[in-house]
Design a protein around this ligand. Sequence first.
Ligand code: DAH
Length: 353
Amino acid sequence: MSDALLDRIAAANDLQELDSVRVALLGKSGEITAKLKSLGSMEPETRASEAPKIHALREQVTAAIGDRKAALEAADLERKLATEKIDLSLPAPESVSGTVHPVSQVMDELAEIFADLGFSVAEGPEIETQWYNFTALNMPENHPARAMQDTFYLEPRTPDEEPYVLRTHTSPVQIRAGKDRGAPTYLIAPGRVYRSDSDATHTPMFHQVEGFVIDKGITLGHLKWTLETFLKAFFERDDVVLRMRPSYFPFTEPSAEVDVGWSMEKGRRVVGGQEGWMEVLGSGMVHPRVIANCGLDPDEWQGFAFGCGIDRLAMLKYGMDDLRAFFDGDIRWLKHYGFGALDVPTLSGGVSA
Ligand code: DAH
């Protein structure tokens, strides 16, 4: 192939110029196309010697253009990679930014409030063994308390496998964290829990936060003070009043259900004051068997525990009335009730500010 042709291809500096060269050589009225056309009017002997040369030339030119195209495309990509950067730390513009779901917001608020009291955050699996979900929490097989919760059982994988369950509460984290961390322990465990139940105030998946403390000399007084401090900080009011009612949970002894006082403000029931009571959580002193199942000596260690619905806390604080909307994924609901992604809850700023 002539150097002149090669030079023309090499001189194309971008894809558009290269395409013009291609058209000028191989297009309908291109130079090489014209050579091919001229074959028809040649003497047979001349054609026999010229045809292979012209076809070879066309192939060489096609290949050279292909190579040049690949080189220009690679250079183009390099240039784009070098110049087109995005800074992921920049705030997203309002039009494309999502919001923090109220459940995540409340979990962040809880972590902030309890971190200030010296608690750390623990997690456990949502697919749980029956031992952790029930037995270790002082609910042996056939214990009537197992029927208190509508449990989802997983299909066993082998005939003799004991079915796993979707954890029905965050309480199994007491045992897991107790075994892992030993004592003293101060933790909260927020997370998803599952029960076969569905109406305006129940969804098959919802969220709880577990509180769990093991130390020496722990009393009901510590429990009450902690809950009062937590609820006042969470609802951001000093007039939050607690009432503890005797109750029963297999994993605590004694057990108490905790109500908070509410009052009417602008036609809405809000936490604070004492016009009426509503239940917000279950609690109690950790049962000695639970302490033993954490691998600790119940004669040496005592503790308190509580369990609280996070979705319900969110509804009470932020005024939603249908729990199902939490999980519909409706963008309008999320825009209305969601929180700015950069507004991290802090005690100094007011946890929901
Ligand atoms: N696990 C209980 C439930 O889901 C809630 C609960 C009650 C947790 C008392 C506790 C507790 O830690 O002490 O209904």
